[in-house]
Design a protein around this ligand. Structure first.
Ligand code: PLP
Length: 465
């Protein structure tokens, strides 16, 4: 296959993509397929000789889509969205065509400087203060890992990265019980240890399930008295299970009293902050040291693209950055080499997706979508609350809420039957040790009709249980 063939097949792929997206509503959101079934369909010996691309392409269209969960299906209400606006898909194709490796300014000047521009744009779009700068990671997990590793090094005066952790102080990291598993992963892998991730209890009766700042203060004091070294606090705006939002103002004030850095995980909810009316949910964020949000979730920048905003990048660059002789560039002081801010050396040209997305949709277009999603989630919540046997367990935070049907076992049976049916896709979580169904509205092409099909399907299937 050469580049003329690539041009031909790219057009075929584009036509296929248009038809795929046009007929998504006719497919089940999640395939009815058993583990191993797909492997059996494609099982073949390792190819020794070339095959015509026609055959491979044909195998793809025949076999792969039916064995996929369709994340761009308008009735995908599970997990969180992984939206891919057409403009960002186009940008991804162009970045793929150049196939550059953007590890240093000089290996991809446009990628590097566009990254700085889109970070500035997004900072302004989210209403964050001017001092913040930032970088693009593959995922929020990597951003949170980087933030926690940086907290560790700030506490150890940057000796952890040279001396190792052996014989050092016992470190403690604080987060609410609602924070994402990526925080636990960061604690595990930065040598802090999951047992030194202190879960701060929630504030009683808080509608947003915020951690209790008084408890945070008490836990830090107790740990200090017991000889531990607190290193920082991770806060949530829009937790994955039920959308929990910590009271950032109060929690960051406590952290600052103890001279501790803070990292805010707004991976999902950050996108909604382009709408000023939702910013109450993260009031105080301007005091944070680090904030992560995923334009690859709700906003519409094709996966993967996660932004970490930093009040001051110096501690993270001191922690993550390495500049061996073979990576040195002339005029080092004048350019930013983003690999020094992140975990991998190699970097994709991700900024292009956001540049296309923001220009093609405009902030006004993106805001309109998010506002609709939030409004429709409330409509769906009301319709589900009115169904016999159904109970809303957690109220909508932005466009996410949870509900149950009768009891745990029946709720689980209902969810299984709904997802086998395939018209809609929902997933579960556990809340106050109850099995609950989550619903979030956020797919890029979802309509109000799609959303209101959820109560219809729930009524129909619950009646047949
Ligand atoms: C999705 C999510 C993450 C993890 O995001 P990745 O980019 O997949 O690593 C972390 N925190 C929250 C709150 C999330 O919703």
């Amino acid at each position: 296959m050469d580049h003329d063939d690539l041009a031909h097949w790219s057009k075929r792929a584009a036509d296929w993509a248009r038809d795929y997206h046009a007929t998504l509503r006719d497919r089940p959101v999640r395939p009815n397929i058993a583990p191993g079934e797909f492997r059996a369909l494609i099982d073949a010996p390792l190819p020794e000789d070339p095959e015509p691309i026609e055959t491979i392409f044909d195998d793809f269209t025949r076999l792969v889509p039916d064995a996929m969960t369709h994340w761009q299906h308008p009735r995908f209400f599970a997990y969180f969205p992984a939206n891919a606006a057409p403009a960002s898909m186009l940008a991804e194709q162009l970045a793929n065509a150049m196939a550059a490796q953007a590890m240093l300014w000089q290996t991809a000047p446009a990628a590097n400087e566009m990254e700085e521009l889109v970070i500035d744009w997004m900072r302004e779009a989210l209403g964050l203060p001017e001092g913040f700068t930032g970088t693009i990671h593959d995922s929020a997990t990597t951003a949170t890992f980087s933030a926690v590793a940086t907290m560790r090094e700030q506490a150890l005066n940057y000796e952890g990265v040279t001396q190792g952790l052996h014989g050092g102080p016992r470190l403690r990291l604080y987060a609410s019980a609602q924070t994402h598993s990526s925080v636990t992963k960061a604690a595990r892998l930065t040598g802090i240890g999951a047992e030194n991730l202190v879960q701060v209890p929630g504030r009683r009766g808080d509608p947003h399930f915020s951690m209790d700042p008084t408890a945070l203060d008490r836990l830090i004091r107790e740990d200090k008295a017991a000889g531990y070294t607190p290193i920082g606090v991770v806060l949530a705006t829009g937790g994955t299970a039920i959308g929990a939002c910590d009271d950032l103002d109060a929690a960051i004030a406590v952290a600052r009293d103890h001279h501790l850095p803070t990292h805010v995980d707004a991976a999902w909810a950050g996108s909604a902050m382009i709408c000023p009316e939702f910013r109450d949910l993260w009031a105080g964020v301007e005091q944070a040291d680090s904030v992560v949000f995923n334009p690859h979730k709700w906003l519409g920048a094709q996966f993967d693209l996660s932004i970490q905003f930093l009040r001051d990048p110096t501690p993270q660059v001191r922690t993550m950055g390495l500049r061996p002789a073979y990576l040195q560039t002339l005029g080092d002081d004048e350019v930013t080499n983003f690999n020094e801010w992140t975990l991998p050396l190699g970097r994709r040209f991700r900024a292009l997706k956001l540049w296309f997305l923001l220009r093609a949709e405009g902030l006004s277009g993106l805001r309109a979508r998010i506002r609709n999603h939030v409004a429709w989630a409330h409509d769906a919540r009301d319709a589900i609350a009115a169904l016999p046997g159904f109970e809303i367990v957690t109220e909508p935070i932005l466009s996410l809420f949870t509900f149950r049907f009768r009891d745990d076992a029946t709720t689980e049976r209902l969810l299984d039957a709904v997802n086998r049916d395939g018209r809609i896709y929902l997933t579960q979580t556990s809340h106050d040790s109850a099995f609950v169904i989550r619903m979030q509205v956020g797919q890029f092409d979802v309509t109000r009709e799609d959303v209101m099909m959820v109560p219809d399907v729930l009524r129909e299937i619950s009646e047949s249980l």
